[in-house]
Write a protein that binds this ligand. Structure first.
Ligand SMILES: [Zn+2]
Length: 146
């Protein structure tokens, strides 16, 4: 999956602000060519009690889908942070995952975003996540691919 340096910084800023809770949001873009993020859209984490999971309200999904349709994009991914935990999907992440969607997880250690992994449900075999490689582009490289 491809993301720009600026988009990743938006996610890191959100993760930092939300610490010690998880942040969450949408990645709008195109599934073609291995997935290309065009826009990062924040969502509110409805779960304010626990620090190890996130819940996005159905209305926010609907609004994100509307915004994506409007811009001729798809919701290609969901991002969230793991405060003081590695960027590896939890059982909760696994239980709520959808096919085809990219799951971007940023690990935040003591308030500082550290590293990011991308995951997607395996297309065959038992239900499990597979790691997807992440390509970080600068804005100029993005223009070249359009
Ligand atoms: Zn998680």
């Amino acid at each position: 999956m491809k993301i720009t340096d600026a988009q990743l910084k938006e996610i890191y800023a959100h993760a930092k602000e939300s610490y010690p809770h998880e942040c969450c949001g949408f990645l709008l873009g195109h599934f073609e060519a291995g997935g290309q993020v065009r826009r990062v859209r924040r969502a509110a984490n409805q779960n304010t009690e626990r620090t190890d999971r996130f819940v996005i309200a159905p209305e926010e999904f609907a609004q994100a889908q509307f915004a994506a349709d409007d811009a001729e994009l798809d919701i290609i991914g969901i991002y969230h942070s793991h405060p003081d935990w590695p960027p590896i999907p939890s059982q909760t992440d696994m239980d709520s995952a959808w096919d085809e969607v990219f799951y971007l997880i940023t690990s935040v250690h003591e308030g500082r975003p550290l590293n990011t992994n991308i995951w997607r449900l395996a297309r065959s075999g038992p239900r499990r996540f597979e790691q997807v490689s992440l390509e970080i582009l600068d804005e100029n490289e993005l223009k070249d691919t359009e």
